[in-house]
Design a protein around this ligand. Structure first.
Ligand code: GTQ
Ligand code: FE2
Length: 351
């Protein structure tokens, strides 16, 4: 090595040390990589066992306390330290036992509930009591007051999805407890949101932000529509028969930060592989199948049955297969795609 090169190396080392002291760095210097998320599958049996056990050993606390909600959180193995399902979203499973109340609060993180087991428990959102039936999707957009009560004789269990990790990365997280008691007063009639914001609706100019509406999507309607679409042959090669849960006024995504979809894979159906930006967390509402993530020697097979949950990372090639020759399979999914779309970052590639 020439004297000049040695001289440069010595000076470069000194420069690095000098920059480090002043909180500066060269573009050429290495940095720690953000973790790559792995495809993953959580068996319902295991989630359920842990959730029921948590019901025995962890009481629900008051609003503002760490145990104000009793949930078991789904964790991506690459995000163990930050306890996250993806870099943007958190999926958890919540249990409210008979007679319990999860007290009222609101926060900047947007939330949704997808009901797994309920015999008439309800969640109250912005003064409207929303009865939860299995397969229903209830939205709690950011800054909506919400509390949950179970006045039935059976456990109520649902999936929570929140954009807490995105909101956290953006340093936009804050919240507050309801000032006047554990549960907010019920100020609206049953079914209010669907009448006020649905296809036949009064003037909406008084609504502060139409992208943040409390809303309920009923499973019975989703299921019937999926079957009618299947009969009409309205299906995608990449997703099977698929519906988006749209905002009833804007027609845009479910919420600004979380998009929700439900798809039916017909008996024996295999979809074609595609890859797109946006990571997706799936929940099998019913049926059984296999989702292949990645291609060739890198491929991972995620085998799922009723109520299992699984994760497909952004840009991961994926294809679904319904392994039953006689029964349909239903997948509910949530994605951060609306964020990528809003930022003009969304891309898709098809096999
Ligand atoms: O039910 O309000 O899973 O505030 C995490 C935070 C659920 C809720 C979660 C929450 C809730
Ligand atoms: Fe909450």
């Amino acid at each position: 090595m020439s004297a000049t090169n040695t001289d440069m190396e010595t000076r470069l080392d000194a420069l690095h040390a000098r920059m480090k002291k002043s909180s500066l760095a060269g573009h050429w210097q290495e940095r720690k990589r953000r973790p790559d998320l792995v495809p993953w599958r959580w068996k319902w049996e295991t989630i359920y066992d842990c959730l029921i056990e948590s019901g025995e050993v962890m009481p629900i606390g008051h609003a503002g306390e760490r145990n104000a909600r009793r949930t078991v959180q789904l964790i991506n193995p690459s995000l163990v330290d930050v306890k996250a399902t993806s870099k943007t979203l958190q999926m958890s499973v919540q249990l409210v036992k008979p007679g319990e109340v999860a007290e009222a609060h609101r926060h900047t993180a947007a939330a949704l509930r997808f009901i797994v087991a309920s015999t008439g428990a309800y969640t109250t959102v912005e003064g409207e009591q929303m009865i939860m039936e299995p397969g229903d999707l209830v939205l709690t957009p950011n800054w909506n007051w919400h509390d949950h009560a179970n006045n039935t004789d059976d456990n109520v269990i649902w999936l929570d999805v929140l954009d807490v990790h995105l909101t956290g990365h953006l340093d936009g997280m804050f919240g507050e407890q309801f000032p006047e008691g554990a549960a907010q007063p019920i100020t609206k009639p049953d079914g209010y949101s669907r009448k006020r914001f649905g296809a036949m609706r009064p003037d909406t100019s008084d609504i502060a932000d139409v992208a943040l509406l409390p809303y309920v999507y009923k499973w019975a309607e989703a299921e019937a529509t999926l079957h009618e679409m299947a009969e009409a042959g309205e299906a995608s090669d990449y997703d099977g028969v698929i519906l988006e849960y749209t905002n009833p006024i804007t027609g845009g995504p479910t919420m600004p930060t979380i998009g929700c979809w439900v798809q039916m894979l017909r008996p024996g159906e295999s979809t074609r592989a595609h890859s797109h930006t946006g990571s997706t967390i799936y929940h099998a509402v019913g049926g059984a199948g296999v989702t292949t993530v990645g291609r060739g020697s890198e491929a991972t097979e995620l085998t799922w049955g009723e109520h299992d949950c699984f994760f497909v990372p952004s840009l991961g090639w994926h294809e679904h297969r319904n392994t039953s020759k006689t029964e349909p399979a239903y997948l509910f999914s949530v994605t951060d795609r609306p964020v990528l779309q809003a930022l003009h970052l969304h891309r898709e590639e098809r096999a």
